[in-house]
Design a protein around this ligand. Structure first.
Ligand SMILES: [Mg+2]
Length: 273
């Protein structure tokens, strides 16, 4: 288990399924707050983001776990898209990297960004619609609270053009910032806000004494959540190859995530909040 001071560069996470005895000792008879990323964690990464479907067996594993523990999905996707894809009414959801979130059974949708951010994002989306129109394979996803520009299907020689256009469109707009991910460039409100803060807020909202927060994710943006939980929780990186991370543990792929969720659901204890 990494200490908060330990940097990602000197930690290679051990396999979570191999570490079950140690984890079971930590989780036994405690309520769990299990937060998961969506793309690359609950379902495999696909060429077109709209094709990323949750497998029925994974949905069943989530529902089974949610009957015992609090389960939340935290994604860069819009809240509405995320809820529709997962399709489970009693999970908590944070969309747009946590800029919008909801905690059923309360119907309230909370939002972090302001009108100035939304106006700037809309302007950049319009500008990019024109600037990227001639580039084959680029997907501009306008999620209102953030923009995702996917270039997985763009020819290698044109990727720099896409990234350059995004930076150019956001330049001179102090309300916004640009960030890279897996074959994606994102434009976000320049608020000091990320998945780690989103997860911490959900942990605080759960208000479960003795609960162990867990975050499972595959992308660089998930490192914020791993760092946030490195003191009181457990981070699990989904990655086929070991790589430097602030997560304490690793799972190789989506199939192993499902096995891990089923194992969590089988542990003694768990109080449904
Ligand atoms: Mg992901």
């Amino acid at each position: 288990v990494p200490s908060p001071e330990q940097s990602a560069a000197d930690h290679i996470a051990p396999h979570a399924l191999a570490a079950q005895p140690r984890l079971e000792a930590r989780f036994r008879n405690r309520p769990l707050l299990v937060f998961l990323d969506y793309d690359g964690t609950l379902c495999p990464i696909v060429s077109r983001p709209e094709d990323a479907q949750l497998a029925p067996s994974m949905r069943e594993a989530l529902a089974h776990l949610a009957a015992r523990h609090r389960v939340g999905v935290v994604s860069g996707r819009s809240l509405a898209d995320l809820r529709a894809r997962v399709g489970l009414s009693d999970l908590w959801y944070a969309g747009n990297h946590g800029f919008e979130w909801t905690m059923p059974p309360s119907p309230t949708v909370h939002r972090e960004a302001g009108e100035a951010h939304l106006a700037a994002l809309a302007a950049v989306a319009a500008q990019l619609g024109t600037a990227l129109a001639g580039i084959r394979g680029v997907i501009l996803e306008d999620k209102r609270y953030s923009l995702s520009i996917h270039y997985r299907l763009v020819a290698a020689g044109e990727v720099d053009t896409v990234i350059g256009a995004v930076h150019a469109a956001a330049a001179g707009r102090p309300e916004l910032r640009v960030r890279g991910g897996k074959c994606v460039v994102e434009v976000l409100p320049s608020i000091d806000w990320h998945k780690g803060r989103a997860v911490r807020r959900l942990v605080e909202a759960a208000a479960l004494p003795g609960a162990v927060p867990i975050f499972i994710g595959d992308d660089v943006t998930d490192e914020d959540a791993f760092r946030e939980l490195s003191g009181d929780g457990v981070g699990v990186l989904v990655s086929a190859e070991p790589r430097p991370t602030d997560a304490g543990y690793r799972l190789r792929d989506v199939g192993e995530v499902e096995r891990f969720l089923r194992w969590l659901a089988s542990l003694a204890g768990g109080i449904r909040a």
